[in-house]
Design a protein around this ligand. Structure first.
Ligand code: ADP
Ligand code: MG
Length: 197
């Protein structure tokens, strides 16, 4: 186990530097080591839109029908940019744009399946949100949600939450929080593809 851990750290050394943060969220020290806060959480920094897309691609490669990915962050935090990578990794043939006016975009890929991209920013009320019928979408595909907080308890309890925060113009802090076994597994897949861990 010890040997495995040190080879993981070696692999990480070749990856991007990240900051370890305390539970309170304050930066404790900078380190190239992937911070494993707990098995349900993954956190690191993106230094460019391209890097955010690449990280999205790693996640997109693992998503399946019924998955819920919530993207939380201010305007311009990178939710749509992340979704572009996610859709690419999933295999979308369609290009990703912000569904702010349409509320939901649907992407397709060659070997079937659908990816629903929902932006709840402009939803006015819970009844309007209920009309979206998330359950039917989840029977047919995976669901990416920007501004999930606007949907309240319509969001399934188990989900992967990705929080994006501005650090500087080009830097974003990205925090992944899994709730439920399916999302622990999904996060493990991201860890493995990013860090070989
Ligand atoms: P949101 O959907 O959260 O409102 P967008 O993805 O539409 O945000 O926009 C993010 C903006 O920030 C884009 O113009 C993008 O080029 C820019 N940006 C700069 N650095 C990053 C980064 N590291 N990750 C993501 N976007 C970034
Ligand atoms: Mg957006």
């Amino acid at each position: 186990m010890k040997g495995r851990e040190s080879s993981i750290k070696f692999l990480l050394f070749t990856w991007l530097p990240v900051s370890i943060t305390s539970k309170a969220g304050q930066a404790v020290y900078n380190s190239p080591i992937m911070p494993i806060l707990d098995s349900h959480t993954l956190e690191f920094f993106s230094r460019s839109p391209e890097q955010t897309r690449r990280i999205g691609m790693r996640l997109g490669g693992g998503i399946k029908v019924g998955d819920v990915i919530c993207l939380q962050g201010d305007l311009g935090a990178g939710k749509t940019t992340f979704t572009q990578g996610l859709a690419q990794g999933w295999g979308s043939q369609d290009s990703v744009s912000s569904p702010t006016f349409m509320i939901v975009n649907v992407y397709r890929r060659e070997n079937g399946g659908q990816l629903f991209h929902l932006d709840a920013y402009r939803l006015e009320s819970v009844p309007e949100a209920e009309e979206l019928d998330l359950d039917s979408m989840l029977e047919e595909g995976a669901l990416i949600i920007e501004w999930p907080e606007r949907l309240g308890n319509l969001i399934p309890k188990d989900r992967l939450l990705v929080q994006l925060d501005h650090v500087t113009e080009e830097h974003r802090q990205m925090r992944f929080h899994a709730r439920g076994k399916r999302y622990d597994d999904l996060l493990d897949g991201v860890r493995q593809s990013l860090f070989g861990a």
